[in-house]
Ligand binder design. Structure first.
Ligand code: ACK
Length: 986
């Protein structure tokens, strides 16, 4: 070789230091090598022509990995033409190839003594063939790709040395069409070392994009982009056909469309993998699997949804992401308010809604034989479904509110209502049905009016009529009252008849006269409403047509008739008087004639004062059943009464179920008077039959101890019951209790009975929260009640509960009971607070007399406070009647929204009482604040927050009523709400 050996060594050294070791070389993934000289560790076997031209040299790199290089450096000689040809390289799928050359090329100036032939370039050529031609080599067959020159031959170092630099040149060749090709390097007199030759083509490598897999794609030289369809990976589904474009540079571009993992699978590392245990995926999509919702599980991989735990369900339409739920528990605190033959049922939401909000309520009505009291103990009554004509308002099933009114029940009949809460999964769990039951007894109800009246026969002086029994007799019709009068006289004078059947003949009428008639039916519950007026006319008087021979006969007949009538009237008056005296109770077909006045007919039964009986024990036996002591079992003492202990126990009557009872005993050593007074209570109680009056089961008077046995009230007296359950009831429940008390009091006042000691301590509460008035007696007010105090007039009166006129001059009436009812109302709304707190009785009397009244209890609805104030009107005739109180409370129950308007207070105002005369002031924290507000606030501000249309309206509504602020409800939140309702409905 002609080369300077030092030069060769230098080149080799350079090779060793610059070449990247082959085994470390990592090429881009989109480049596919067809030839890599560095990868070959043995001889490459390339052809060198002439043989003293290109020379193959072996060496090792710094890792001692052998590498092969070629070099030529015949710069000292003229006319150099040295060829180096590679082996045959199969083209594979390449259309365009890249040739990457790494080489060093010496700057001719750096070689001393060069004879002028030195070159600084070499040529790169190629030849396409379909097969390997072995060592057969012809120069002219090769096509030139390019002349290769070095970018830089030397680099100057800091020390002034010149270092040979490695050049890298890449050339594209194509399109190729034959199966393979050769490359050739032609040296024409340069000093060059070919360190490595790499031939490659570019492709878009197999890839997964958007869960679609795209195959290896070799770009087509003639096209800039190749569209490639993708295939969804396993367990996925095409959402939009996936596509991508492969560029000539072997790059994937513009992914379009995508695939989504199947249900039960989620995307992980560009694949769709099964959901793990405890997870689920119910839809197609590339979201992650979700954790099983509460009360559900998945024990397998790849779950589409999670199964529900035992006793938990998923309703149709519940999304898989929703927790499994269960049927609700039974509704709570059912209270019933009976009004004759209808009942309002009210209850609280179930404690456990089962995890759902779609709660509705169904009410099942059953008619039962036996008594309500039997139920509370034995729980088994013979019941059958109610008749279909029982009316439910708004309906019996699918109720969204917690109240329903049931009407058209039979009078004086036991019913059980089963109230069931349902939610969306209840149909899947019918075995888990839970309901609350309440048993009631409807009241006696007056019959409905007679509607059909027919005229059967008319004559000059009489008419025969018939009519149909009322649609709803509500009991056995005892008789009908027929009232008639001449139309012209307009009721100034009328006649009343009673008839047992459905027909009557009216005699003694004026001829040719128009009459109006009304009929009403009577049952044990009293009179029903009167029928609409029925008009009839008698026939014309034909006396003028009578012949003169007959006129005498007619005159005689008329005289006789007049005489008979006079005698009849005389007899009737006498008999009537006699009957009145002898307290005849059921006169049949009595004729009464009243001139110019109103008849007060006995409607419902009236209360009979047992003290009017000469022998009070006769009264006891008239109104109370004598019980066998052997049928009574005393369990325990529950309290102390004035005459002895109060016990709970059981009563077993022959052929009846055992029931729980309360037993009041008369302690030994009593005087005759004490015995009489003790039993007087039973004589009074025994006259009452109402669901809100404590029921007397009977008395034991023939053996000792003397006992009064009543129904048992599980929750004891109302005052202590409320104190025990402070703030635990809803407004509607409290109103339900109050309604019961008012209904009982209405019954008592209708009976003509004045209670005189109405107070929460004298109301008993049963397990269904039904309140019943108790504690009847006469001397009791004086003796028994620990609250009773002696007045200046010597009477003993429960001052805080009693109306001023009753304190001042013992004017006890139903109106004074209404005052006491107002106090009970206050006690209930304040959960058993003591009225007037620790004020002395004297101070209470004085304050009330000066017009001060108790302030509203905390959170008390404005309507109820207004009702209290109405009950505490000084003028007793202005106080509401119990009938009105019942109807006010019914309205509130029907429209619970009105309870949300509260009369703001005060736990307990500093000055204790509110001045009635200035009561139109917004309530404020204390009495002092309240007075200030009254003086300073203009009307508009004072009532800001109340949705009144104008101050005028306000002033009008508030003239004699207290208007209270703090409206917590707005029409938006309470659609049925009328702005004035909170105040004016009273
Ligand atoms: O609050 P209490 O437990 O309920 O204490 C008093 C006590 O007797 C003295 O009156 C209780 N009591 C009275 N009558 C009855 C009844 N019918 N049922 C249950 N408890 C009663 C009252």
């Amino acid at each position: 070789m002609d080369c300077n050996p030092r030069l060769l060594l230098f080149i080799l050294h350079l090779l060793m230091s610059c070449v990247v070791p082959a085994f470390l070389t990592i090429y881009p993934p989109n480049e596919v090598n067809l030839l890599d000289s560095k990868a070959s560790q043995g001889e490459l076997g390339w052809i060198s022509y002439p043989s003293h031209g290109w020379e193959e040299i072996s060496g090792v790199d710094e890792h001692y990995t052998p590498i092969r290089t070629f070099q030529v450096c015949n710069v000292m000689e003229y006319s150099q033409n040295n060829w180096l040809r590679t082996n045959w390289i199969p083209r594979q799928s390449a259309q365009k190839i890249y040739v990457e050359l790494k080489f060093t090329l010496r700057d001719c100036n750096s070689i001393p003594l060069v004879l002028g032939t030195c070159k600084e370039t070499f040529n790169l050529l190629y030849l396409e063939t379909d097969d390997d031609q072995g060592s057969h080599f012809r120069e002219h067959q090769f096509l030139k790709i390019d002349t290769i020159a070095a970018d830089e031959s030397f680099t100057q170092t800091d020390l002034g040395d010149r270092i040979l630099k490695l050049n890298t040149e890449v050339r594209e060749v194509g399109p190729l069409s034959k199966k393979g090709f050769y490359l050739a390097f032609q040296d024409v007199g340069a000093c060059v070392a070919l360190v490595s030759v790499r031939v490659y083509f570019k492709k878009c490598p197999q890839t997964v994009r958007n869960l679609a897999s795209f195959r290896d794609t070799v770009p087509i030289d003639s096209q800039s982009l190749v569209e490639v369809p993708g295939l969804c990976v396993n367990n996925s589904k095409e959402e939009e056909p996936p596509r991508m474009y492969c560029s000539t540079e072997g790059e994937w571009l513009v992914p379009i469309g995508k695939c989504l993992c199947n249900p039960g699978y989620e995307e992980r590392s560009s694949t769709c993998q099964m959901c793990r245990e405890g997870f689920y995926k119910s839809t197609h999509g590339n979201m992650e699997c979700s954790k099983c919702p509460p009360h559900s599980f998945s024990h397998h991989e790849g779950s589409l949804h999670c199964g529900c735990e035992k006793n938990y369900f998923r309703a149709e339409g519940d999304p898989a992401s929703m927790a499994c739920t269960r049927p609700p528990s039974a509704p709570r605190n059912v209270i019933s308010s009976i009004n004759e033959t209808s009942v309002i049922l009210d209850w609280s939401w179930p404690e456990d809604t089962g995890g759902r909000r779609d709660i509705t309520f169904n009410v099942l009505c059953k008619r039962c034989r036996g008594t309500a009291a039997n139920v509370s103990t034995s729980g088994t009554l013979h019941c059958e479904p109610c008749r279909s004509n029982v009316r439910f308002l708004p309906r019996a099933t699918g109720l969204h509110n917690t109240t329903v009114t049931v009407g058209d029940l039979l009078a004086h009949t036991n019913y059980t209502f089963e109230i069931e809460a349902q939610n969306g999964v209840s149909p899947l769990a019918f075995k888990m049905r839970q309901y609350a039951a309440v048993t009631i007894t409807t009241n006696q109800a007056a019959p409905s009016p007679v509607t059909v009246i027919r005229k059967e026969k008319t004559s000059r002086n009489s008419v025969s009529l018939s009519w149909q029994e009322p649609d709803r007799p509500n009991g056995i019709i005892l008789d009908y009252e027929i009232k008639y009068y001449e139309k012209e006289e307009q009721e100034t004078s009328y006649t009343i008849l009673r008839a047992r059947g459905c027909n009557v003949t009216l005699n003694g009428l004026k001829p040719n006269t128009a009459y109006l008639l009304q009929i009403r039916a009577r049952t044990a519950a009293g009179y029903g409403a009167t029928s609409p007026s029925f008009q009839f006319e008698t026939s014309p008087d034909s006396a003028f047509s009578i012949s003169s021979e007959n006129s005498q006969v007619v005159l005689i007949a008329i005289s006789c008739a007049v005489a008979i009538i006079l005698v009849t009237v005389l007899l009737y008056v006498l008999i009537g008087r006699f009957c009145c005296r002898s307290k005849s109770k059921h006169p049949d077909e009595k004729r009464l004639h009243f001139g110019n006045g109103h008849l007060r007919l006995p409607g419902i039964r009236t209360y009979v004062d047992p003290h009017t009986y000469e022998d009070p024990s006769q009264a006891v036996h008239e109104f109370a059943k004598e019980l066998e002591a052997s049928g009574i079992a005393i369990d325990k003492v529950v309290g102390a009464g004035e005459f002895g202990e109060v016990c709970s126990g059981r009563l077993k009557l022959p052929s009846k179920k055992e029931i729980c009872v309360a037993i009041k005993t008369l302690k030994g050593g009593y005087t005759d008077k004490q015995r009489r007074d003790f039993l007087a209570e039973a004589s009074i109680m025994g006259q009452f039959d109402h669901p809100n009056i404590i029921r007397l089961e009977g008395v034991v008077t023939r053996s000792k101890p003397v006992m009064i046995v009543t129904e048992y009230m599980e929750n004891g007296s109302l005052d202590s019951f409320l104190r025990k359950h402070d703030a635990q009831f809803t407004g509607i429940q409290l109103v339900g209790m109050l309604r019961g008390i008012a209904s009982g009091m209405k019954y008592l006042s209708d009976m003509g009975y004045v209670h005189r000691d109405l107070a929460a301590r004298n109301i008993l509460v049963n397990s269904n929260l039904v309140c019943k008035v108790s504690d009847f007696g006469l001397s009791r007010v004086l003796e028994d009640d620990p609250e009773a105090a002696y007045t200046t007039r010597g009477g003993k009166i429960p001052i805080r509960w009693t109306a001023p006129e009753a304190i001042a001059y013992r004017k006890f009436t139903s109106a004074s009971d209404a005052w006491s009812y107002g106090i009970v109302l206050w006690e209930v709304m304040s959960y058993g607070e003591r009225p007037y707190w620790e004020m002395s009785n004297q101070d209470v009397i004085k304050a009330v007399d000066e017009g001060y009244r108790l302030p509203p209890p905390m959170d008390c609805p404005a309507t109820l406070y207004q009702l209290m104030l109405d009950c505490w009107q000084k003028e007793r005739n202005n106080r509401p009647k119990f009938e009105q109180i019942v109807s006010i409370l019914d309205k509130l129950i029907r429209n619970p929204c009105s309870l949300k308007i509260t009369a703001n207070t005060t736990s307990r105002p500093a000055n204790l009482l509110l001045d009635r005369s200035s009561a139109e002031v917004p309530s404020v924290g204390t009495m002092g604040d309240w007075m200030d507000a009254m003086r300073t606030l203009p009307c508009k501000e004072a009532f800001s927050g109340v949705s009144y249309s104008s101050c005028d309206t306000l002033a009008k509504t508030s003239t004699d009523r207290v208007v209270l602020t703090e409206v917590h409800v707005t029409p938006a939140t309470c659609p049925d709400w009328e702005p004035s309702m909170g105040i004016t409905t009273l």
